[in-house]
Design a protein around this ligand. Sequence first.
Ligand code: DX5
Ligand code: ZN
Length: 211
Amino acid sequence: MLIAPSILTANFGDLKNEIKSIETADYIHLDIMDGNFVPNLSFGPHITKCISKLTNIPFDTHLMVLDPLKWIDKFAIGNTKYITVHYESNNYLEAINEIKKKGIKAGLSIKPKTSVSQIKHLLKDLDLILVMSVEPGFGGQSFMPNSIDKIKELNQIRTDLELDFIIEVDGGINLETGKLVKDAGVDMVVAGSHIFNQEDRKLAIKNLKNV
Ligand code: DX5
Ligand code: ZN
């Protein structure tokens, strides 16, 4: 299982050391919020670029913005491997095309109230599906168990249709919920507060990988 720490709950006053503390991670998950799609603001392309100079860990960028299309160019930075946009946003189809044009892998995310059947027709064109297991906007919320059925459903569709997108889950992941989603067939987990609230982040990453 791949581990993508979300730096949303990191200490932004000490980013250099915070990034260093998670250097064993598979990806860095970047939560971009515009105050419209979600009721919160986080950070933008400038800080993302600064972080890219601190590390070679690939980026997994999660755009929680209303108009993802206008941001793709700005987030197509250095080590960005995935950019994920929301099914509930405007122009997500155009954004997905733009992501691919940049040679970056394209992800689509669904909020807790969106079903897998709503995006089934899109799966063949995607590299990653991000199942939100909390309402997007804030770190530190509790895991919503209905995401487990969505992961299982995506896994089944992937097998049945012989597709190769990866399944990621985001929100409320700890050792207990990490085990549940792993058993359901998830490939990559995002964990923010669970990792950054621990002193030894490398141990936290290792333990989560081994659930
Ligand atoms: C929520 C973000 C998540 C969040 C995860 O809107 O997309 O990535 O930071 O944080 P935890 O792991 O604390 O739920
Ligand atoms: Zn996220």
